[in-house]
Design a protein around this ligand. Structure first.
Ligand SMILES: Nc1ncnc2c1ncn2[C@@H]1O[C@H](COP(=O)(O)OP(=O)(O)OP(=O)(O)O)[C@@H](O)[C@H]1O
Ligand SMILES: [Mg+2]
Length: 271
């Protein structure tokens, strides 16, 4: 087998299982050749969600997630946010947007899910919503997913193939990768290289992809800062009347090298 063929096989294996489980240098070509192949070889594995789930409108309503009876004014606000974000994405060729906040409870999870839902299929975008709050996964409970499943943390740790952590929740143009269990060394897991592999797998597998990341609070741990250099843009969620001005400014200070594309005013009493 030629070095290039070996490298191609390695890339295919990485795509399916993540970098930790793929065989290393002994079995394949050098890292240099693998990198060259990654650039030249089109996607060889189409990723398909391995899990299916039917959303329950009652659960969605309870958790302020978009459902058939969702208040129109709130839906319009999410659509406004969606359209502005998509315009920035298209103008700048961005593909990855993170949702963060200074501290807990501002509304990151609700914003990330509702933004993903309204963006799905809009101008033919395929949205991947990834729960990278590995300390307090919030996407699964808000969507009402079962309590025990193979979470995104298992893919990142090299314990699961990608298909197994992707969910089809019945919305065209939306695939969800929820986390299940909180992870103690989450920032190390985030920094371990699995995220890069996950991004490149997703981005090379569909047309018009957008990755939306639900992150933990900026000021409570280093997870969000660890992922910040890998995203094209970050939205900061601020809860009106709750988020302290100094917390927001400390978060902005920590994010001075990050492309903060906007602030989402949530829990506003004036709308
Ligand atoms: N616009 C809103 N109006 C009223 N309540 C809201 C709004 N957005 C979110 N909430 C509620 O606030 C709480 C926190 O929301 P959410 O879980 O989205 O925040 P978070 O920033 O992800 O929190 P954490 O940092 O704890 O993960 C939830 O109970 C949610 O239902
Ligand atoms: Mg959350």
């Amino acid at each position: 087998m030629s070095k290039i063929e070996k490298a191609i096989r390695k890339v295919a294996k990485d795509r399916e299982f993540g970098p930790d489980q793929a065989d290393s240098a002994n079995d394949a070509a050098s890292a240099e050749n693998a990198t060259i192949s990654r650039q030249r070889v089109p996607a060889v594995i189409k990723i398909e969600p391995g899990q299916r789930f039917e959303l329950d409108p009652v659960v969605l309503e309870r958790n302020r997630i978009i459902h058939p009876g969702f208040p129109e004014s709130a839906l319009n606000s999410y659509k406004m946010l969606r359209t502005r974000v998509v315009q920035m994405i298209e103008d700048n060729n961005w593909q990855t947007i993170a949702i963060a906040s200074a501290k807990q409870g501002a509304g990151k999870t609700v914003t990330a899910i509702n933004l993903a839902m309204t963006m799905a299929g809009y101008r033919n975008h395929h949205v991947y919503l990834l729960d990278l709050d590995l300390r307090k996964p919030g996407v699964a409970p808000d969507l009402g997913l079962p309590e025990d499943f193979v979470g995104l943390e298992d893919y990142l740790a090299g314990k699961s193939p990608i298909n197994q952590v992707l969910w089809d929740i019945g919305i065209d143009g939306l695939t969800v990768a929820p986390s299940c269990d909180s992870v103690r060394d989450s920032s190390e897991l985030i920094a371990s290289g699995g995220i890069g592999s996950l991004f490149s797998t997703i981005l090379s597998s569909v047309t018009n992809p957008v990755i939306i990341l639900h992150l933990p609070p900026i000021l409570s741990a280093d997870d969000a800062l660890a992922i910040a250099p890998s995203v094209d843009g970050m939205l900061l969620v601020v809860a009106e009347g709750t988020t302290a001005r100094e917390d927001l400014s400390r978060a902005m200070d920590l994010l001075r090298t990050t492309n903060v594309i906007g602030v989402v005013l949530n829990k506003s009493v004036s709308v």
